[in-house]
Design a protein around this ligand. Structure first.
Ligand code: URP
Ligand code: ZN
Ligand code: ZN
Length: 483
C-alpha cells in the first residue's frame, strides 16, 4: 500500500514549505517536489491545504469509571471522533481506584483499546496507591512500553495519593526515567470548601468553581513542585486552568525543577460563565474577543451549566489571555483535551441537587484542533507552528514518541493531516462522532477542518467522516527518556 500526497504546504513545529510526501507502507519514505508514485498508489492532491503531522492528544479518558458512573465513549466512538478531528494518537489516563492492582488495571484499560481503536494509543499509568507490590508492578508496566505515570493530588478517597506515596512515586519515576503527569488541586481544601458551600444551600453548578478556586490549584502545583525539587523527578502538570498555577510552575522551573505544563482546550475558549449556565452558544464573543456575554444581567445561573463542570473548573476570562500568551511563548508546552464525556441526561443530572455529584468532564476530543485553529491561529493568538508544536510535537517529545510521531520526516510514521483552511462550518452534537448527548460548543463556527487523516499510511478519516478501519490502531511502545 502506498500513498502520495501532492502539492500541500507541509507545516511542522519548525518548518513550512511546499512539497509532496510519499508513504511506502506505514512510514514516510520520500519528501520532495515533483514526486511520482508507482502504479496502484493512491494519489491525493493537497493543493491549497496544509499538511500537518498527525495530532497527539496526551490527556484523554475513554474508559473511565468515575463519580458513580462511566464515561460514555468506547475506543470505537472515541477513536473515530479523534480521527475525524485530526488526532491520530491518544494517550489515555489509566485510572485504577486505590484498591485495584496496577497490572490488572493496565490489562483492563488495554483490553478496551486492543483490536478496537482506529488510531494509535498509549497510556499514562495511574498510581493511586504505593507499596512494595505496586512498585513491582509499575516496573513491569514500564517494561511493557509505558513511559509515564499519572497521579492525582485531588479526588479524596478515589484516586488521590498521600504525601508519603507521592514522594515514593516520584523517586521511582526518577530512577526509571519516566515522567509523572499530575492533577494538581489540594484535595483537603476542595472537600472542606464543598462541605461549606453545600451547608449554605449553595448546590448549583455555579458553585463548582468557588469550591475549587485558583489558589487551590496553585497550592497543588506548589506542592508538587516541592516534591519534584527534592526528588529530581520530571513532572508534567495536566489541565492547567489559571495564570496563577502557570506562575507557580514557572517559578519552580526557574529554580531548576523539571516541570512541563499542559493546558486543555476548554480553558482556552470557555470561561466560568458557561458553568454558571449564563453563556449561550454560539459565542459571539469567542469569535470577536469582546468581553463577557451580554446575557448575564437577564439570566440566572441554571443547571445547564453542569455540561461545563470539569476540574479544575473553567475560570474567569482573564485566564484565557494568560494561557494563550503562555502557549505563544512556549511556557505552556501542550494543548490536550482531558476529554471526559458524560451525558447531560442521566449522568450530569446526578448532581442536580449537589454540584459535587456532577460527573466532572467536558467532551472535546473531536473539536480540539479545529477550535485551536479557528480561535487560536485565525484570531492571531498563536501561529501555525505553535499549533503543531502544542497539539503534536511536544507531546511526542515528552512522552517518548518522537520522531516516530509528532513530525513529518523520512522514517516517521505516515500519520498525516491534510487540513482545509477554506472549510467553513459549525460544530453540532448531531453530526459528532463522540458518544455523548451534547456538544459544549454547539453552533460554534469553525474555519477549517481536516480533509484527510492517515494513520501509518492508511486513510482513516475524510472530510468529517470516518472512512477507516476499527482495530487498526496499535499500542505504542514508549521508552523512558527523563533520567
Ligand atoms: O473534570 C475532569 N478533569 N474530568 C476528568 C478527570 C480528570 O480529573 O482528569
Ligand atoms: Zn484531572
Ligand atoms: Zn483527565
Amino acid at each position: 500500500m502506498s500513498l502520495l500526497i501532492k502539492n500541500g504546504q507541509i507545516t511542522t513545529a519548525a518548518d513550512q514549505y511546499f512539497a509532496d510526501i510519499y508513504c511506502e507502507g506505514e512510514t514516510i519514505s520520500a519528501i520532495g517536489r515533483g514526486l511520482s508514485a508507482p502504479a496502484g498508489s493512491e494519489v491525493i492532491d493537497a493543493s491549497g491545504m496544509f499538511v500537518f503531522p498527525g495530532f497527539i492528544d496526551p490527556h484523554v479518558h475513554i474508559y473511565l469509571p468515575f463519580m458513580g458512573t462511566f464515561s460514555k465513549d468506547t475506543y470505537a466512538s472515541g477513536s473515530r471522533a479523534a480521527l475525524v478531528g485530526g488526532t491520530t494518537t491518544l494517550i489515555e489516563m489509566c485510572c485504577p481506584i486505590r484498591r485495584d492492582e496496577p497490572l490488572a488495571a493496565f490489562n483492563l484499560w488495554n483490553s478496551q483499546a486492543d483490536g478496537v481503536s482506529a488510531c494509535d494509543y498509549s497510556f499514562h499509568m495511574g498510581v493511586t496507591r504505593f507499596d512494595d507490590s505496586v512498585e513491582k508492578q509499575l516496573r513491569e508496566i514500564v517494561g511493557r512500553g509505558i513511559a509515564s505515570f499519572k497521579i492525582f493530588l485531588a479526588y479524596k478517597g478515589a484516586f488521590g495519593i498521600d504525601d508519603t506515596e507521592l514522594f515514593h512515586v516520584l523517586r521511582l519515576a526518577k530512577e526509571l526515567g519516566v515522567i509523572v503527569t499530575a492533577h494538581c488541586e489540594n484535595e483537603t481544601l476542595v472537600a472542606e470548601l464543598q462541605r461549606r458551600l453545600l451547608a449554605d444551600g449553595k448546590t448549583g453548578p455555579e458553585w463548582h468553581e468557588p469550591s475549587r478556586p485558583t489558589c487551590v490549584e496553585t497550592e497543588g502545583v506548589h506542592h508538587l513542585m516541592t516534591f519534584a525539587e527534592l526528588t529530581g523527578a520530571h513532572v508534567y502538570i495536566v489541565h492547567t486552568s489559571s495564570d496563577d498555577a502557570i506562575q507557580a510552575a514557572v517559578a519552580a522551573r526557574r529554580r531548576g525543577v523539571n516541570v512541563w505544563i499542559e493546558t486543555v482546550v476548554p480553558y482556552l475558549v470557555l470561561d466560568e460563565t458557561y458553568a454558571q449556565g449564563l453563556s449561550t452558544n454560539p459565542p459571539q464573543r469567542a469569535a470577536s474577543h469582546s468581553t463577557a456575554a451580554g446575557d448575564e444581567g437577564k439570566k440566572k445561573p441554571n443547571f445547564n451549566g453542569a455540561k461545563y463542570v470539569m476540574s479544575p473548573p473553567l475560570r474567569a476570562r482573564r485566564h484565557q489571555d494568560a494561557i494563550w500568551n503562555a502557549l505563544a511563548s512556549r511556557v505552556v508546552s501542550t494543548i490536550a483535551t482531558d476529554h471526559a464525556p458524560f451525558d447531560f441526561k442521566g449522568q450530569k443530572d446526578m448532581g442536580r441537587d449537589d454540584f459535587s455529584k456532577i460527573p466532572n468532564g467536558i467532551p472535546s476530543i473531536e473539536d480540539r484542533v479545529n477550535l485551536v485553529y479557528t480561535y487560536g491561529v485565525k484570531r492571531g493568538r498563536i501561529d501555525l507552528h505553535t499549533l503543531v508544536d502544542s497539539c503534536s510535537t511536544q507531546a511526542a517529545r515528552l512522552f517518548g514518541l518522537f520522531p516516530r510521531k509528532g513530525t513529518i520526516a523520512l522514517g516517521s510514521d505516515a500519520d498525516l493531516v491534510v487540513y482545509d483552511p477554506n472549510y467553513r462550518g459549525q460544530i453540532s452534537q448531531k453530526a459528532q462522532q463522540m458518544n455523548v448527548d451534547y456538544s459544549a460548543f454547539e453552533g460554534w463556527p469553525i474555519e477549517g477542518r481536516p480533509s484527510l487523516v492517515t494513520v501509518r499510511g492508511r486513510i482513516q478519516a475524510q472530510d468529517g467522516k470516518f472512512v477507516g478501519e476499527l482495530g487498526f490502531g496499535k499500542l505504542l511502545q514508549r521508552q523512558p527518556t527523563h533520567f
